[in-house]
Design a protein around this ligand. Structure first.
Ligand code: G4P
Length: 527
């Protein structure tokens, strides 16, 4: 096999998704420990003071001690070259979180065993499902009291409309957590104090029918319960079908405890075998294979002001095909220009390093003098392909923003417009209203802080902001005249093209509006 093929074949690029506190950071950290990319636990979510030494990112990021935009980590494990795309949660949830999923070939969904599916898991799952990428579920914190595992599977199947296939099965939980049963290997992996820390574990081979030995290891009560559950599982559960996994219809489920390093290695080994090497992407009619000789990539994220002194921006690209070489000239399709990508970087844990080459599947960050937009294509000059754009995601929070200083009217409008063009915010106006008062829609609240600081630093503008309680936006589809609609507790706004939108507080308000206005058609944002 040629070197290019070999390099690409061993790459695995996935996003890790969860609701805050389910254990995403802990699990990522264990992956990195196995890969030898970090030496101590706690390195990923370092203290704010530690981060200053390695990063000169935005002021705000320093203050808050968080990474505002999704970060990318690369490490080696068992011959694989792994790229993890982290999806930020908490207040730093933003459109970037969704866009990151566009760069992944599969997703690992971490779920807290006591809580099951939570709101953020739901939102992120939706985006993964839209792309039909494989989804692997890690049900975490079995060392704590957990919900019934059958219940958890049922919830995943009903809420997400997918099949589940437990790869292992928990034996008890909380104080009576005894370990997991490896369904394919027909053996158990017992849980005990020795499993804490980073040491690799050897599983205890024990046939589930070897009653005496099983009783010795987990006790007769747990053994009887396990035997019953395994019978039930074998009878009632979906059959394993790798094709269904690869199209996102069947999610392999793993139980474990990231904090105790239990079930993590089992997960990694099975996951890496089941996921695919980098996937092909569509560029119009053309399917671009990762193994195509020519380099191609698309921009999925732009991080502004990583260094305030230089007003620099970094464009993050996912390489779709071929090999990236540091000194080569490439073609920026949307800009219509040949260029050298300067300061190409990759991230290893929290270190950044300049790279000489990278392959399909990898993520690189390049210095952007302000020429790139989200979704842009960079490729060999002779190819001139154009990848399908990145969808715009519906805003989920809204605020009314009013300029204070009428002398700064122009700067206010310019700043709002430019930042909206970058895709970080969406702006709406009141019908027939001016630009001194706009409705700003964002995916995550953090964008308001980013907006405020950028407007101040880059455009010298301050403003007043009034948070709104709206959470949903729909476009009026069939040319209905909004003035004639019966609207209760609903806000009518327009975009700059004069399209009419309605803002709602809840799903109930949407159905209520539809019920009260016969013939009205509402479509999701972006459609
Ligand atoms: P996140 O990135 O998804 O937000 O979650 P994170 O890994 O930060 O984990 C959230 C909390 O859950 C942390 O506790 C972490 O130690 C704990 N945790 C993660 N995995 C497990 C597990 O398998 N079992 C148990 N019992 N706890 C787990 P914390 O007290 O909030 O933070 P810390 O002080 O431990 O850092």
């Amino acid at each position: 096999m040629k070197m290019l093929e070999q390099e690409i074949n061993r790459r695995r690029t996935f996003a890790i998704i969860s609701h805050p506190d389910a254990g995403k950071t802990t699990l990522t950290e264990k992956f990195l420990l196995y890969g030898g990319a970090i030496q101590t636990a706690g390195s990923v979510k370092g203290k704010a003071s530690d981060r200053h030494a390695v990063s000169d990112w935005m002021e705000m990021e320093k203050k808050r001690g968080i990474s505002i935009t999704s970060s990318v980590m690369q490490f080696e494990y068992d011959g694989y070259c792994i790229n993890i795309l982290d999806t930020p949660g908490h207040q730093d949830f933003s459109e970037d979180t969704y866009r990151t999923l566009m760069a992944a070939d599969s997703a690992v969904m971490v779920i807290d065993a006591a809580k099951g599916i939570e709101p953020q898991t739901r939102k992120l799952f939706k985006v993964c499902a839209m792309r039909h990428i494989p989804i692997f579920t890690f049900i975490n914190k079995l060392d704590h009291e957990a919900r019934d595992p059958f219940d958890l599977l049922d919830e995943l199947e009903k809420e997400f409309g997918i099949g589940t296939y437990p790869m292992n099965w928990p034996i008890g939980c909380g104080v009576s957590f005894k370990g997991v049963y490896d369904r394919d290997g027909h053996k158990i992996l017992a849980f005990g104090d020795s499993h804490r820390g980073r040491d690799r574990l050897s599983s205890i081979d024990c046939d589930i029918n070897d009653t005496a030995r099983m009783d010795e290891l987990i006790g007769s009560y747990a053994r009887e319960e396990l035997t019953e559950q395994v019978e039930l599982l074998d009878g009632a559960c979906f059959d394993f079908d790798i094709e269904q996994v690869r199209t996102g219809k069947l999610s392999p489920v793993f139980f474990g405890s990231a904090l105790n390093n239990f079930g993590v290695e089992f997960f990694l080994e099975h996951f890496l075998k089941m996921t695919t090497a980098p996937l092909s992407r569509q560029a119009g009619e053309t399917t671009v294979s990762p193994f195509d000789e020519g380099f191609s990539a698309f921009v999925f994220k732009i991080q502004a002001n990583m260094n305030k002194a230089h007003r620099d921006r970094i464009a993050f690209m996912r390489i779709v095909s071929g090999k990236f070489e540091h000194d080569k000239e490439y073609f920026h399709v949307q800009g219509g220009k040949a260029l050298k990508l300067s300061q190409p970087q990759q991230m290893m844990a929290q270190e950044r390093s300049i790279i000489q080459e990278a392959y399909a599947g990898d993520i690189i960050g390049v210095f952007d003098p302000g020429i790139f937009s989200i979704g842009d294509t960079v490729c060999e000059k002779s190819n001139k392909i154009q990848f399908e754009g990145i969808p715009t995601f519906a805003p989920e929070c809204f605020a009314m923003v009013e300029q204070i200083d009428s002398m700064k009217r122009k700067q206010f409008a310019k700043g709002m417009n430019q930042i909206a063009q970058e895709g970080a915010i969406q702006i709406f106006i009141e019908p027939n209203g001016g630009l001194e008062r706009v409705y700003v829609g964002v995916v995550g609240m953090l964008q308001y802080d980013v907006l405020e600081s950028r407007m101040k630093n880059e455009y010298g503008v301050t403003y007043r902001q009034y948070p709104q309680s709206y959470q949903y936006i729909r476009r009026i589809a069939n040319g209905a005249d909004p003035k004639k609609l019966r609207l209760f507790d609903v806000k009518w706004v327009q975009d700059f093209h004069g399209h009419d939108f309605l803002l709602f507080n809840s799903e109930w308000h949407i159905s209520h509006t539809l019920d009260n206005n016969e013939g009205l058609e509402l479509v999701e944002f972006g459609h």
